[in-house]
Design a protein around this ligand. Structure first.
Ligand code: URP
Ligand code: ZN
Ligand code: ZN
Length: 459
């Protein structure tokens, strides 16, 4: 059924316009004033609301075998949670381990999502080893519409690659025009520091951060940047957490390295004192890179506003209390990760836009448009324009609420942002013209999501 959104305050990454949006056959076909509504059109009055392009989360984990367990969401729950939070497309990390075959892993991840995701999606293909068959396998995966790889410099012997494997991956990515995303921490230093702390009897979650200090992340960020520079490959640092690592990334950008930077909600909103809480409360806040000294917050927010940090993702990765307790004897066994896909847009709007840290257009850019551009989805996604997919978020800036595990939709029994107030939430969320969410409730079509074909960007 066609859809007409009347009286829209249309906000994109670079414009603001009042008018109506007409949607038919999944796309936006008209934008203007006083558009007519043919019989059978559903009409929505957006007076008093803001209308944004559907938000894009460029870093989530839905299916994830990791640290002796599995992340808790499925593509059914994870996509519904995303949509309730205003995210209409996510890019999931497809992460077979070093023991797995990459191509089999890719098909497994695809089968988990297909017919189950209620929002559109794609994958960053993790390269967790580089063997004889890897190039041919990655070429096949890129032909299937995947335009980005993922490497981990951390997680030694599981996801982590060594420098030789990083080199081969970046070299191939350059040939294929594919951008490489990277988790930047020095795996060897983390392993040695973990060993040392455990030998000193330091086993609680408060030792997670000291086992991966800021310098360890700065080293990984710098090394990744130097490899990109040497090979001329385009790269993207995921979940950057601190000023020291940012300095390295900014220095690389300023010497012309084709490098983009992501931070994630936990690093903007939480600090290491959360992981220092006793027992399982601390474990709930263990992620990597770890939550940092709060002095980093202002640096990250400022960098986000100037664009030195390009995007804000979630790194959504839910493990419940019983899973976190796998690490009761040793912080090295606590499954790393915090959920956040339901909260990202509302927290960024409240603590960024409403608190004056983030310009409204930069908010749209960081949470939608820039990811669409970097990962080969623009202008189909990340835009409100004729011909774009009708992924729209009609946002209610007058809504007031408090985040709580009791009210969340993620398949997890805690919320890392518990008790935080939000000032705004999506009122209506559409995916390709179909209303999927109304006022915090999923009302749409399960399994509607498509795997998006992305074109290599030839940066
Ligand atoms: O702690 C985290 N970030 N867990 C998910 C895996 C990763 O490193 O992104
Ligand atoms: Zn990571
Ligand atoms: Zn991640």
């Amino acid at each position: 059924m066609p859809l007409l959104i009347r009286n829209a305050d249309i906000i994109t990454a670079d414009s603001r316009q009042h008018g109506d949006i007409y949607v038919e056959d999944e796309t936006i076909t008209r934008i203007g004033r006083n558009l007519d509504a043919p019989p059978g059109t559903e009409v929505i009055d957006a007076s008093g609301k803001l209308v944004f392009p559907g938000f894009i989360d460029p870093h989530v984990h839905i299916y994830l075998p990791f640290m002796a367990t599995f992340a808790k969401d499925t593509h059914e729950t994870g996509s519904i949670v995303a949509l309730i939070g205003g995210t209409t497309t996510f890019i999931e990390m497809c992460c077979p381990s070093r023991l797995d075959d990459a191509l089999e892993g890719y098909h497994l991840w695809k089968s988990k999502a297909e017919g189950h995701s209620a929002c559109d999606y794609s994958f960053h293909m993790a390269v967790t080893k580089f063997e004889e068959q890897t190039e041919a396998q990655l070429r096949e995966i890129v032909k299937d519409g995947i335009a980005s790889f993922k490497i981990f410099l951390a997680y030694k012997n599981f996801f982590g690659v060594d420098d030789a494997e990083m080199y081969s991956t970046l070299q191939l990515a350059r040939k294929l025009g594919v951008i490489v995303t990277a988790h930047c921490e020095n795996a060897e230093l983390v392993a040695r520091l973990q060993e040392r702390l455990l030998a000193e009897g330091k086993t609680g979650p408060e030792w997670h951060e000291p086992s991966r200090p800021e310098g360890v992340e700065a080293e990984g960020t710098n090394r990744f940047a130097v490899f990109l520079e040497t090979l001329g490959t385009a790269g993207y640092v995921v979940h950057l957490s601190c000023a020291k690592a940012l300095e390295r990334a900014v220095a690389a950008k300023s010497r012309g390295v084709r490098l983009w930077v992501e931070t994630v909600l936990p690093h903007l909103m939480l600090d290491k004192s959360y992981a220092e809480r006793p027992g399982v409360e601390g474990m709930k806040h263990v992620m990597s890179p770890p939550l940092r000294d709060p002095a980093n917050h202002k640096v990250l927010w400022d960098a986000l506003q100037t664009g030195a940090i390009d995007t804000v993702a979630t790194d959504h990765c839910p493990f419940d209390t019983s899973q976190k307790l796998l690490g009761r004897e040793s912080f090295t066994q606590i499954p790393n990760g915090i959920p956040g896909i339901e909260e990202r847009v509302n927290l960024l709007y409240t603590y960024g836009v409403k608190r004056g840290r983030l310009d409204l257009h930069r908010f749209v850019d960081a949470a939608s448009t820039r990811a669409a551009k970097l990962f080969g989805l623009f202008p189909r996604k990340g835009a409100i324009a004729i011909g774009s997919d009708a992924d729209l978020v009609i946002y209610d800036p007058d809504y007031r609420g408090v985040i709580s595990a009791a009210a969340q939709h993620s398949n997890c029994d805690y919320n890392g942002f518990e008790g935080m107030e939000i000032e705004g939430r999506p009122s209506i969320v559409t995916v390709r013209g179909r209303i999927q969410v109304r006022d915090g409730k999923f009302v749409g079509e399960r399994g509607r999501g498509h795997l998006l074909k992305r074109e290599p960007m030839y940066f």
